[in-house]
Structures are given as structure tokens and as C-alpha cells.
Design a protein around this ligand. Structure first.
Ligand code: DAK
Length: 256
């Protein structure tokens, strides 16, 4: 299906979704979010795809939800339409690994969208922030929760209560991002990572992703039980036998 506000492409087992509303710094309007949700669902159910990369433009991953569209929303209408939930939650329910490749601004809903992804790779030009306080609201797509869990209470409070941005170097120090790379290397490095992940056993990837998310979403004891319950069924897969046999036979595993 042709999209207007995103561009999709595939490279082997890796799918790339590029947010493409440069005139508004990829502001996340309803149509863009609906197209993104549609593309994510499509790639998630496409058996030839094993890893998804989400990116924006050089200047902005996304400068937040579309303020011009949000301006006239009111309660209780906002509670009843698609604004809450449906499209915004899709990254978090995607089963395959999703990597955010962030260059430029990742603000408000843009920062929240990046944090919903499984891994963030940042260009050295990236700027993260939750500036909602400056427009009279607060983060609404998980920012108070995910930022706090990623960087800790004190720094999250400082960021969210002031609305200030942090640059890529600070974001790496604060554990918000996995790695910072020179802007020119953002896509090549992200694709290298995505291809490496795509070469692993899909079922092991799924169980690992679910278990790590359990650490984020549950208490320790429950998370450890969840991990055990995810680990054991892997011994019913051919990939466990192939992976372990390949190690012992000193060859590369075939996870096809
Ligand atoms: N919305 C709409 N348009 C935006 C935008 C945004 N978030 N950000 C930038 N633009 C537009 C600008 O209006 C401008 O358009 P024109 O004037 O050319 O028509 C164009 O993009 C270029 O922006 P600037 O001229 O402002 O560019 P600068 O380089 O001077 O500044 C900036 C770049 C990123 C610092 C600045 O644009 C800025 O502060 N933007 C707003 C950032 C912001 O406040 N973001 C948070 C928005 S609130 C929820 C889901 C999500 C959310 C809440 C709930 N649920 C599911 C419940 C999220 C809320 C938010 O994200």
C-alpha cells in the first residue's frame, strides 16, 4: 500500500520505516501514526522480515506529536478517539526487534516513540527531550515511565519538569541510548546491527525481547519467573539444537 507520510523498504530480512514529514520535523499526526502502525503490523507478520529499523530525517527523528492537530482536542473526545491507544501502542506490541535510528530532534512523542523501540542508536546530532511542560501538558505516551526507568528519577524529573533537551553524548552517559555514532554512519551502523540480529533464531529473539521487557514492566521476582518460562520452551526448538551443535562443531549456525 502506498504511504504518504512514511517510506518503507526492505534489505534482506531487515525492514526500514522512515518517517517522512520533513516540513514539520516529522510531527506525529494521526495519519502518520496510522501509517506507521499499519507498516509495523505488516512487517511483523511478514515471515521474511526478522528485524525492523525505524528512522526519521537528518534534522529530526520526530519533534513530537503534531501540536497543530492537538491544539483543539478536548476532553472527553480525546478519550474516545484513536488519539489514545490504537496507533501509538503498536511499536510496543510488535514481536520482532525494532531499532530506532535517531538523528536530530527526538522530542515529546518522538522521544517516547524512540523509547518504545527495543534499541536506540543515536547520531551525534541527536537531541532528546520531553518538552511538553512548556506547552502546558505532560508526556502522554509513556514518557514519564520509560524515561524514568531508563535514566533514573532525578534526571527524569529534571528533564520533564524543565523540558530541556539532552544531546547524544549525555543520552549515552545516561543509558538512554545503546550507542552514539557519527551522523554519516547512523544508517550503515544501524543496518549492520539489524542484520546481525536478523541472523539469530527468531524464536530466541522473541523470548529474549519478551524477557527483557518483563524486566522493564514487572518486579524482579516476577521477571525472573517470566524469563524461566520463556527460556525452557526454547529446548523444544530446532534452533536450540542447531545453535548448540554449531558451537560444538565450530561452524556458523543456520537459523533458517
Ligand atoms: N507539531 C507540529 N509542528 C511542528 C512540531 C510539532 N511537534 N515541531 C515542529 N513543527 C513545525 C513548526 O511549526 C515549523 O512549521 P512552519 O512554521 O514551518 O509551518 C516546522 O516544523 C519547523 O520547526 P521550527 O521552525 O520550530 O524549527 P526550529 O529549528 O526553529 O525548532 C524545534 C525546532 C524542534 C526546537 C521546535 O520546532 C519545537 O520546539 N518543536 C516542538 C517540540 C515539542 O514541543 N514537542 C512536544 C509536543 S507534545 C499521546 C501521544 C503522544 C503525545 C501525547 C499523548 N497519547 C497517545 C495519549 C505527545 C505529545 C507531544 O509530543
Amino acid at each position: 500500500m502506498p504511504y504518504e507520510m512514511i517510506v518503507t523498504e526492505t534489505d534482506g530480512a531487515v525492514a526500514v520505516i522512515r518517517l517522512n514529514r520533513p516540513e514539520s520535523l516529522n510531527a506525529l499526526c494521526d495519519q502518520l501514526m496510522s501509517e506507521l502502525a499499519d507498516a509495523l503490523r505488516g512487517f511483523d507478520s511478514d515471515k521474511s522480515i526478522r528485524c525492523i529499523v525505524l528512522t526519521g530525517s537528518d534534522r529530526a527523528f520526530a519533534a513530537g506529536a503534531d501540536i497543530k492537530e492537538m491544539q483543539n482536542r478536548s476532553w472527553p473526545e480525546t478519550g474516545l478517539d484513536d488519539f489514545i491507544g490504537k496507533s501509538w501502542e503498536v511499536v510496543t506490541t510488535t514481536l520482532k526487534p525494532v531499532i530506532a535510528a535517531v538523528s536530530g530532534y527526538a522530542l515529546g512523542g518522538g522521544c517516547e516513540l524512540a523509547m518504545m523501540c527495543d534499541i536506540i542508536i543515536a547520531a551525534d546530532t541527536a537531541k532528546f527531550g520531553q518538552p511538553e511542560i512548556a506547552i502546558g501538558v505532560i508526556p502522554g505516551a509513556g514518557g514519564t515511565q520509560r524515561l524514568t526507568r531508563a535514566i533514573g528519577k532525578s534526571k527524569a524529573m529534571e528533564m520533564i519538569l524543565t523540558g530541556r533537551m539532552m544531546d547524544a553524548e549525555e543520552a549515552e552517559r545516561a543509558n538512554l541510548v545503546a550507542r552514539v555514532v557519527p551522523a554519516a554512519d547512523l544508517m550503515p551502523e544501524t543496518m549492520k546491527l539489524a542484520r546481525r540480529i536478523a541472523g539469530m533464531s527468531p524464536v530466541a529473539l522473541l523470548q529474549a525481547k519478551r524477557s527483557i521487557n518483563a524486566a522493564f514492566e514487572t518486579m524482579l521476582a516476577e521477571g525472573v519467573r517470566y524469563e524461566r518460562a520463556s527460556f525452557l520452551p526454547l529446548f523444544g526448538t530446532p534452533h536450540q539444537r542447531e545453535g548448540m551443535a554449531a558451537f560444538i562443531e565450530k561452524r556458523k549456525p543456520d537459523f533458517s
